[in-house]
Design a protein around this ligand. Structure first.
Ligand code: ZN
Length: 334
């Protein structure tokens, strides 16, 4: 049984290739952080090495060893994989020593399984030197070796690396599937499971992490309060608020996406589609704001939020973008 949730297309393709013995020697698994790339990679490793009938069985010695990170033929390389010689002390790049280590290991036959599987988690962090070195292995792969490259940001990869792999795109998982997974795998009440599955943006790994992050929902509640307060404040107060936010690009993007979720919920509520909102615990507050804001005001501000995300991606100044948004946001005393 596959531990991966959703991703039917990718799983069907892999199962078909295993059945017809036509597996590629390298796959590129692409998708946002926490969507399940590592789980899918390990599922594939389990399916290939499984000793049971219905592969992956998750019960045989091989499957259990892979799940526990104890299988000698499965290796995960990442920015902080600790057992491999490190050539970048600051750990901002996956350096060439790790690729040399992979190549040495790949030249030896599998020790206990059918396939040696190398998972590079964070392929976008390969240094240029390391990526070019990896090309040699991708071009002339040793027998019984499978290379799985995992990447959240495909635009950072060398086109020569991408073109030598079969690409598998992981897509957002439905909130119903994530809710069900949470109820079966962690101790959580139904309401919280429903809320976290909606907030997860289709990323099961994020939802699981959020169940153990005690601060997350408290910080979110505070940020939601601020949205309502900002609507009632003048420009001077809004600028003061922006000056207290972290000015880096990633934080600004997170803030804007958070606002975007709330404003989209507001539009859905205004249009009578409450059942589709993300912030389900905010239903009554959203309903109240729909009486204060017009559909045009909501739409216009959503457009501003989307535009600012595009501009930040194109290197616009994040602080300036947040300030502009404060100008665009309608002023409505609560
Ligand atoms: Zn098995």
């Amino acid at each position: 049984m596959w531990k991966t949730i959703g991703q039917t297309k990718a799983i069907t393709l892999i199962e078909g290739s295993i059945k017809t013995d036509s597996l590629a020697h390298a796959y590129l698994l692409v998708g946002p952080e926490h969507i399940g790339k590592t789980t899918l990679a390990l599922d594939l490793a389990r399916a290939l090495n499984c000793q049971g009938d219905k592969k992956p069985c998750n019960q045989c010695q091989s499957c259990t060893k892979i799940s526990n990170g104890k299988h000698a033929d499965i290796m995960i390389l990442s920015l902080d994989s600790p057992d491999i010689p490190e050539d970048d002390k600051e750990r901002t790049k996956i350096g060439i020593k790790k690729i040399h280590y992979l190549q040495n290991s790949a030249s030896l036959p599998p020790y206990e399984g059918k396939f040696k599987t190398f998972i590079i988690d964070g392929t976008e962090y390969l240094s240029n030197e390391a990526a070019n070195c990896l090309l040699k292995t991708l071009e002339e792969p040793p027998p019984r070796v499978l290379i799985l490259l995992l990447a959240s940001d495909e635009s950072q990869l060398l086109p020569t690396v991408v073109s030598r792999c079969q690409r598998l795109e992981l897509t957002p998982v439905s909130s119903t599937d994530i809710e069900e997974m949470l109820l079966h795998s962690v101790s959580i009440d139904k309401e919280k499971a429903k809320l976290l599955s909606r907030l997860s943006g289709g990323r099961p790994g994020w939802a699981i992490d959020a169940t153990t992050d005690n601060n997350y929902l408290a910080e979110r509640a505070e940020k939601l309060d601020q949205i309502s307060s900002l609507l009632g404040e003048d420009w001077g107060q809004r600028l003061l608020y922006i000056s207290q936010l972290r000015p880096d690009r990633k934080s600004a993007e997170e803030q804007i996406r958070f606002w975007l979720d709330w404003w989209r919920d507001l539009m859905l509520t205004k249009c009578g589609c409450q059942q589709a909102i993300t912030n389900i615990d905010q239903a009554s507050i959203l309903e109240r704001w729909t009486h204060v804001l017009s559909l045009v005001e909501i739409k216009d501000f959503i457009r501003s939020l989307e535009k600012s995300l595009v501009q930040i991606a194109m290197n616009a100044n994040p602080r300036l973008m947040l300030e502009c948004l404060m100008l665009d946001m309608p002023i409505k005393p609560s």
